[in-house]
Design a protein around this ligand. Structure first.
Ligand code: SRM
Ligand code: SF4
Length: 573
């Protein structure tokens, strides 16, 4: 029997209700039916199965070990200590005893069984959090810059992220009925969705707000990027607008490619919602509703031409974009350790290996963060590089936080032997991700360990080289923006991509295809040797590879949409 298309499922879902309530009550299986597995994504959850157990369960003629991943909607990535404690309790009671910071600065929990799914959703709600639109063909978690130095701007940007998230939240009450037992009213299932319409968007849509000089949100990887522009008095003048970023690709299918957003102009703060709505609705109306792999905004833009899309956006918005204003990004990473913010509070950024907060022998990170949340009076900020900031600490409290950090080895990764290890990012991949072709999160420590002797040999221990690992070409760790990236092809085999920059402005390119760890190390050794010997002062690895002519720009049909040199000078591409 063939399954209905996702487009049909959305339209027939009675505004994202489907048959989920009955499915949750069905005790015979740990799974939802095909349609509801698609619909539940809009509620922030994915049905998965433990892939480590898949073969064994098949042998035993058991259904797969079905379980659910839940993703929180947290625009700007800020959590209170009370919320932390509640999430920790949820992860411990219902999930796999870990909290996973994602590359979109929120939390995922894994391993929730169907029988406990509703209880878990209710517990999340009791923490004053929700999971609406964390997944699905709608606007996703809105990213906001986390730079702790700019406390005042951070508050503003966080507010923008919140408001944008709210603005693009679907109007359906499905979430509240299915999970929170909200009473059904006459129009249940027929709510108006003025922004999205009956079939929602063709595909996910992502928005990020960056504050130069840090591009910690990787703004150009988003469907809609907003780059805050500050005037001479330090006030927010508005935003440069960039459209059409996306990392998803397929191995060997040239038509599926990553793309950096192109900057199309500048808007004042009062124009932001209008232009964002114009982008979303143009994509809603023009995006590909037949081939999902070709349905992101980036393809709509490339198929119709950026000029046409911008003209349509301007027409819908009712105003012309101003020319883009100068901006400059220094880098797209996090700065670790304590810094004092403009507001006099202190902020401690901790490097979290692949964002996984869990108790391991000698590194009781989940317990440690629980202890900190019990005494901390500020808040916690998640970064888009899967790290966390204990934010808003009064000077007098630093010692107490430091003691808890040390006691629970929460700074173990801040003290990692190489700068590369501290900033590395890896997606979840196996065992929970259904699309993983190779390990990523579980492989990162081993790979970083294997690279260490090479970095040592060439005196590059403290050189910040950006490494990102993804278990498949979908690019959840934004690997195509890394100086060194491994993109999974099969178990133990990766495409080695090289030459991204450290500002999120240039994509890397394929250097070796389908290689194993020894082959990767053998390929990197001479490049690192030349880099160590020939680099110019302050020159980064990715930039060096290009200057030395050791790699070329990528062969994607559209590749670098923002020329780094122009971007440095503030021009738009
Ligand atoms: Fe992602 C799908 C995990 C950020 C591009 N992503 C998935 C799924 C849900 C697999 C699936 O569809 O069955 C993964 C769940 C794994 C698991 O077990 O948890 C998954 N993506 C993640 C996270 C958790 C990676 C991480 O280690 O942090 C990130 C969650 C973000 C969040 O909180 O919302 C995550 N995913 C990203 C990013 C990075 C970003 O947004 O800045 C990208 C690249 C940007 C983009 O969207 O183009 C990304 N994920 C994808 C794609 C490719 C989409 C495409 O255009 O082709 C897929 C596959 C799909 O949607 O079909 C995907
Ligand atoms: Fe899964 Fe691939 Fe995303 Fe990694 S990049 S989490 S393997 S979909």
């Amino acid at each position: 029997m063939s399954h209905p298309s996702v487009e049909d499922i959305k339209i027939n879902s009675r505004r994202l209700r489907g048959t989920m309530e009955a499915g949750l009550d069905d005790a015979v299986t740990g799974s939802l039916n095909f349609e509801d597995q698609r619909t539940i994504k809009f509620h922030g959850s994915y049905q998965q199965d433990d892939r480590d157990l898949r073969d064994e369960r098949r042998r035993q003629k058991l259904e797969p070990a079905h379980q659910f991943m839940i993703r929180i909607r947290a625009p700007g990535g800020v959590f209170t200590p009370e919320q932390w404690l509640k999430l920790d309790a949820i992860a411990t009671a219902y999930a796999n005893h870990s909290l996973r910071v994602t590359t979109r600065q929120t939390f995922q929990i894994h391993g929730v069984i169907k029988r406990e799914l509703k209880e878990t959703m209710q517990a999340i709600n009791a923490a004053m959090l929700d999971t609406v639109s964390a997944c699905g063909d709608v606007n996703r978690n809105v990213l906001g810059a986390t730079n702790p130095l700019q406390s005042r701007l951070h508050a503003q940007v966080h507010d923008w992220a919140q408001r944008l998230s709210l603005h693009f939240k679907p109007k359906t009450r499905a979430y509240y009925e299915v999970w929170l037992d909200e009473e059904k009213v006459a129009e249940s299932g027929q709510e108006q969705e003025p922004l999205y319409g009956d079939a929602y968007l063709p595909r996910k849509f992502k928005i990020a707000v960056a504050v130069p000089p840090l591009n910690d949100v990787d703004v150009f990887a988003n469907d809609l990027g907003l780059i805050a522009i500050v005037d001479a008095a330090g006030e927010l003048a508005g935003f440069n607008v960039a459209i059409g970023g996306g990392m998803g690709a397929s191995h060997s299918i040239a038509a599926h490619y990553p793309r950096l957003a192109n900057v199309i102009g500048f808007v004042t703060p009062d124009q932001v919602f209008t232009i964002a709505e114009a982008a979303v609705t143009v994509q809603r109306d023009l995006g590909d509703r037949v081939e999902r792999k070709h349905a992101r905004f980036k393809y709509t833009i490339d198929d119709h031409g950026s000029d046409k899309i911008v003209a349509m956006m301007e027409e819908r918005a009712g105003f012309k974009l101003q020319p883009a204003r100068p901006w400059h990004f220094d880098h797209n990473g996090d700065r670790f350790g304590w810094v004092e913010g403009e507001d006099g509070h202190w902020h401690l950024t901790l490097s979290v290996p692949s964002g996984r907060i869990v108790d391991r022998p000698g590194r009781p990170h989940l317990t440690g963060m629980r202890e900190i949340a019990r005494v901390h009076r500020g808040h916690f900020r998640m970064t888009c590089n899967q790290n966390l900031i204990i934010a808003g600490v009064p000077a007098a409290e630093r010692e107490r936080i430091d003691a808890l950090v040390a006691q629970h080895a929460l700074d173990s990764e801040n003290k990692a032997p190489t700068a590369l290890a501290r900033s590395a990012v890896a997606c979840v991949a196996l065992p929970t991700c259904a699309l993983a072709m190779a390990e990523a999160e579980r492989y990162l420590p081993g790979f970083v360990g294997a690279l260490e002797p090479l970095l040592d040999k060439h005196g590059l221990r403290e050189q910040p080289i950006l490494l990102r690992v993804s278990g498949c070409p979908n690019g959840c760790s934004r690997p195509y923006l890394a100086e060194i990236a491994l993109v999974g092809k099969a178990v133990g085999r990766y495409n080695l991509m090289l030459g991204g920059d450290h500002r999120g402005l240039r994509m890397n390119t394929l250097y070796r295809e389908n290689v194993t760890e020894p082959e990767i190390l053998a390929a990197l050794d001479p490049l690192l040797a030349r880099y160590a010997a020939e680099r110019e002062p302050e020159e980064h690895f990715g930039d060096f590879l290009h200057r030395a002519g050791l790699i070329e720009l990528p062969a994607y049909p559209t590749h670098v949409r923002v020329d780094p040199a122009e971007a440095m000078a503030g021009a738009s591409a």
